[in-house]
Design a protein around this ligand. Structure first.
Ligand code: AMP
Ligand code: ZN
Length: 115
């Protein structure tokens, strides 16, 4: 997708602070962090929302979850824990139409969904 910010990050056309990369997944620091650790985990393949997942591309969710476990260990947040958020569609406030998981950690996040 030519006009997708996250596809541009994947291609290296926009800089990012990458914390993880494999063949199909990348993770980088959110530009406007809302917690001490705020990482976005995304598939390299452009899929716009969770509702676009289907039998062909659903395998990527397993890969994303495995990557999240690795990232959590590498970032030393596996033990204290983290919150995972995925916005989907207009009511959620999804701004970037490329599937992403917000990985939030590094402090007690409190009872609200967002910090
Ligand atoms: P969402 O509202 O779930 O679509 O979240 C999109 C997230 O992408 C927001 O938390 C933004 O701060 C983040 N974001 C947007 N542009 C960039 C960028 N160039 N680098 C890192 N994070 C970004
Ligand atoms: Zn994209």
């Amino acid at each position: 997708m030519d006009d997708c910010i996250f596809c541009k990050i994947i291609k290296g056309e926009i800089p990012s602070e990458k914390v993880y990369e494999d063949e199909e997944i990348i993770a980088f620091k959110d530009i406007k962090p809302v917690a001490p650790v705020h990482i976005l985990v995304i598939p390299k393949k452009h899929i716009s929302t969770l509702m676009e997942l289907n039998d062909e591309n659903m395998y990527i969710m397993e890969k994303i979850m495995k990557a999240i476990q690795k990232i959590a260990k590498e970032q030393n947040i596996a033990e204290n824990g983290f919150r995972l958020i995925a916005n989907c569609g207009p009511d959620s406030g999804q701004e970037v139409m490329h599937i992403h998981f917000h990985l939030l950690a590094g402090k007690k996040l409190g009872p609200k969904i967002i910090c």
